[in-house]
Design a protein around this ligand. Structure first.
Ligand SMILES: CC(=O)N[C@H]1[C@@H](OP(=O)(O)OP(=O)(O)OC[C@H]2O[C@@H](n3ccc(=O)[nH]c3=O)[C@H](O)[C@@H]2O)O[C@H](CO)[C@@H](O)[C@@H]1O
Length: 370
């Protein structure tokens, strides 16, 4: 097994790029307690809130505005890219990196470029079924590409030879026994044990459409005996929920301990962010996916295989109305048998060992380069 002394992890922007990076950092620490771990982030991304409290060294490099599609010419445009890749290169030199592992998001592009210039091995981890722009640019510099989900029949050409490793998930999730944690989770959120719980989360930044539609259906849900645990999401405006509901409807701004939400949930209503899909399937949480309608249908393509496997339901953003919730979510949340079958189907698609599998792949890439 190759040994590692110094690893640089690049990824930033929203939670979807940062949580896998952190989960991978934890796996590195477990296997190589003395390894130096340095993370590269951007000035304004959520990494600034999430990485330092997790105990890892975060170095911020100047922001680089990612184009909407792959444009390698940008890498030759000094004013756009120069500062960021110079800053990344200085850090790689200072920490004498053995390898750069990138998780996507605009901060990874300068990191890939700097590593390539210094002949440092690069590993790319791509979570989305259609690969993101930053990683697609990175793929010009390395063949070490790992993906989060099983290969799809219509897999992007660039990912056909990628290694399927799964998505590194936080240990609080990989070690979660939902049934065992459920009583504590319900108690903590002030929810009742005798009524189903709908867990609502629009991803790390929240989702306005989901927030407003569910809040507008609050009365119908409550009068059907469905409790709601509603996470608003980091960057979303508050919304109103009627005060006099007969059963609990809890609103939280953000939930750091997602394991509690997943333990409390009978059914989840969520976007189709790749990490959310990795988590619901790894944990066997039946879900109604409402993909974010932009970004190249990325989220629809993330969620579709789970839905086809029977682990979830898909609804278009434009169709998620209080009426749709009443007609579809209320009967589903009360149907224990169907939820049980969906949970099993979701589990068959998901996996919990993405951190270990990615580490193995990184070690192989380093060994190959020596
Ligand atoms: C609008 C958009 O472009 N979203 C993208 C973004 O989503 P986003 O950043 O929302 O990422 P995901 O849905 O994939 O993951 C969200 C992560 O945040 C965590 N979480 C969420 C809410 C909360 O209160 N607490 C908490 O810890 C979840 O447990 C999960 O680990 O990155 C994903 C991964 O590249 C992409 O697939 C999404 O398309």
């Amino acid at each position: 097994m190759a040994s590692l002394r110094s690893v640089v992890l690049a990824g930033g922007g929203t939670g979807g790029h940062i949580y896998p990076l952190l989960a991978f950092a934890d796996a590195l620490r477990r296997h190589f307690p003395d390894v130096r771990i340095t993370t590269l982030g951007s000035p304004k991304g959520m990494e600034n809130d999430l990485i330092p409290p997790a105990g890892y060294d975060l170095r911020v490099i100047p922001a680089f505005q990612l184009p909407r599609s792959v444009n390698m010419n940008l890498l030759r445009t000094p004013d756009r890219m120069y500062k960021s890749s110079q800053a990344a290169g200085k850090i790689l030199e200072e920490v004498q990196a053995d390898v750069v592992v990138g998780f996507g998001g605009y901060v990874s592009v300068p990191a890939y470029l700097a590593a390539w210039r210094k002949d440092i091995p690069i590993v790319i981890h791509e979570v989305n079924v259609p690969p993101g722009v930053a990683n697609r640019m990175g793929m010009k510099f390395t063949k070490n590409i790992a993906v989060g989900f099983p290969q799809q029949p219509q897999q992007a050409e660039s990912l056909r030879d990628a290694r399927v490793v799964g998505v590194p998930l936080r240990t609080a999730l990989t070690q979660l026994d939902r049934a065992a944690l459920r009583p504590q989770a319900l108690y903590q959120f002030g929810l009742r044990p005798d009524l189903p719980v709908l867990f609502v989360s629009g991803g790390s930044s929240g989702a306005r459409t989901i927030n407003l539609a569910v809040a507008a259906a609050a009365k119908r849900l409550a009068h059907s005996g469905i409790q709601v645990l509603h996470v608003q999401g980091g960057r979303n405006d508050p919304f109103d929920v009627p005060a006099d509901l007969p059963v609990p409807y809890r609103v939280l701004p953000y939930l750091s301990d997602m394991q509690l939400g997943y333990a409390a949930a009978d059914l989840m209503l969520c976007r189709g962010g790749a990490i959310t899909v990795a988590e619901t399937t790894a944990l066997g949480v039946p879900a109604v996916y409402v993909p974010y309608p932009h970004s190249n249908q990325e989220q629809k393509r993330n969620a579709l295989p789970v839905v086809e496997a029977g682990g979830g339901v898909l609804v278009d953003n434009s169709e998620l109305t209080p009426e749709w919730i009443e007609q579809n979510i209320i009967p589903l949340a009360r149907d224990r048998q169907r939820l049980g079958a969906m949970s099993m189907a979701a589990s068959r698609y998901g996996r919990r060992d993405g951190d270990e599998a990615l580490l193995e792949f990184v070690l192989e890439a380093v060994a190959k380069s020596r």
